[in-house]
Design a protein around this ligand. Structure first.
Ligand code: DUC
Ligand code: ZN
Length: 491
């Protein structure tokens, strides 16, 4: 049966107004398509010449676009540019309390900084304190992030407490779109102990989840810190890398991988810095274990010489854990990236101003640990990869976009430019070049660890779900970032 409604003007007016409002304001360009013409679409397999037609939030088609569709579109000339799937930074800490202070970047400045650098999705770490529920932590992170983001965002959940009550919350986390978790083998405030790590890995595995683990040996590092302070080196920034050597990271990697072997569970080693750790990972893979590996730009493009600057502030800005390692370690990481043994490059963006870093002038353990990086990751990785022939274009795309999308349950909505995917697109101009300066950054840190670095190419435009968010390197869009419910690992 067909029902016929007759509406009075009084009833119809709100509907009419809504239609007019939608036509004018919502999804600007949804009736008008956008055609990116003349570019090279980059995927994990390399790059090819293809035009890209965007309809609303999605990629409609790529390749040769029929003239009748092109005629209905706003044509954007991207001749000669690389079109990358929006970069995904799966390791950020925005609005986080550390060392009795709070990171310089909250979700607003952090996500603005991210989008400018071509990152269209961040996955931040929701972090309840010990004694708080996961639900409390998730709610708190939504309060910090919702309505404030210039890029899309998801959360990992930190497990820094393990008991029946926390375990009983896991299903609710999966329902909320959280499929990846974080655990720490260092930092007393975050550690749960080897037995609890084993139990948690098993509990996550039965639900199809996965954990990323911060691997550094806690006890020996604390003992070395005490020794350094006793010998009068407590105010010396170099004590930071000396207290946390590569082999104490490798020890924790090895231990975690044996715990994962016992639990028969896959794991992710986050912010991997060195060759000794890669050796432990290779050994676990030879045993048949599934291990995913993340590294960060600071471990690929810098070396531990940064800690030897006699000026406190110049050295303290590089304090992060694990510390920046030797050039040989950086070479080993690039080689592992080329071989597919390291899958992702994220930032561990955890930003503090130089004034905040100053808190540790008399005691290096009070320097808040972490670097800004979410704004510069794409350009720094592209530049070193291409200039120094460290990694192919396809390899860059896999590490920055495709693999994090697959690993963290966002693929193929994110991580690829394909029909039906979100139109998250970085227009990268390989003919451009600029020098990175802290003063130009949108991050509130006020400095960049890559000061003076000359880029090869540059992020020119960024589209987030079809909307132009960055143009000529400037943020022109708004806080349209949405929370992403993620699926399970598919890498
Ligand atoms: N390391 C840092 O340097 N900062 C934040 C968290 C971490 O693991
Ligand atoms: Zn981190």
């Amino acid at each position: 049966t067909t029902e016929i409604y007759t509406l009075s003007l009084h009833d119809a007016l709100p509907i009419l107004l809504l239609l007019i409002w939608n036509g004018i304001f919502s999804k600007e360009g949804s009736s008008m398509k956008t055609l990116l013409r003349g570019g090279y679409v980059v995927s994990g397999r390399g790059c090819r010449r293809a035009d890209v037609l965007i309809d609303g939030e999605k990629v409609e088609m790529l390749g040769h676009i029929p003239p009748e569709l092109a005629a209905q579109s706003e044509v954007v000339d991207v001749t000669g540019c690389m079109l990358f799937p929006g970069f995904i930074d799966a390791h950020t800490h925005f609005d986080l309390d550390v060392c009795s202070t709070t990171t310089a970047d909250d979700f607003e400045s952090g996500s603005k900084s991210a989008i400018r650098g071509g990152t269209t999705t961040v996955i931040d770490f929701a972090c309840p304190n010990k004694g708080e529920s996961l639900a409390y932590g998730l709610n708190l992170w939504h309060k910090k992030a919702d309505g404030k983001c210039y890029c899309d965002y998801g959360f990992h959940m930190t497990i820094d407490d393990w008991n029946e009550s926390i375990e009983s919350e896991l299903d609710a986390m999966f329902d909320a779109g959280i499929t990846s978790f974080k655990m720490y083998l260092t930092y007393p405030a975050m550690m749960i102990g080897d037995g609890a790590v084993y139990r948690a890995l098993k509990a996550l595995k039965t639900r199809g989840g996965i954990a990323g683990v911060h691997c550094e040996n806690a006890g020996v590092i604390d003992a070395r810190i005490a020794e350094l302070k006793a010998s009068g080196l407590g105010a010396d920034v170099v004590s930071h890398p000396i207290s946390r050597p590569d082999y104490l990271e490798a020890e924790a990697v090895s231990r975690l991988l044996r715990i994962a072997q016992a639990a028969d569970a896959p794991v992710i080693i986050v912010h991997t810095t060195n060759r000794a750790s890669l050796d432990e990972i290779a050994a676990a893979r030879r045993r048949g274990q599934t291990v995913y590996v993340e590294t960060c730009p600071q471990y690929l493009a810098l070396d531990d010489g940064v800690y030897y600057d006699p000026d406190f502030s110049s050295a303290a800005r590089y304090v992060c854990a694990p510390p920046i390692r030797s050039q040989e370690d950086s070479e080993a990481l690039w080689k592992a990236l080329r071989r597919g043994e390291v899958q992702t490059i994220s930032t561990d963006h955890c930003s503090f101003t130089l004034e905040q870093k100053d808190m540790g002038r008399d005691d290096f353990t009070k320097i808040p640990g972490g670097l800004p990086g979410v704004e510069t990751r794409g350009e720094v990785v592209y530049t070193v990869a291409i200039n120094e022939n460290k990694l192919s274009l396809g390899g860059v795309c896999r590490a920055l976009s495709e693999n994090p999308a697959k690993l963290y349950g966002l693929y193929p909505r994110k991580g690829v430019i394909a029909a039906g995917s979100d139109a998250d697109i970085v227009v990268y101009d390989p003919g451009a070049s600029h020098v990175l300066h802290g003063a130009d950054m949108l991050s509130k840190a006020g400095y960049t660890p890559f000061e003076g670095f000359r880029t090869n190419g540059g992020v020119s435009k960024v589209y987030l779900r079809g909307q132009l968010q960055v143009d000529s390197g400037k943020v022109v869009g708004g806080k349209m970032g949405e929370y992403l419910k993620r699926g399970k690992c598919a890498l």
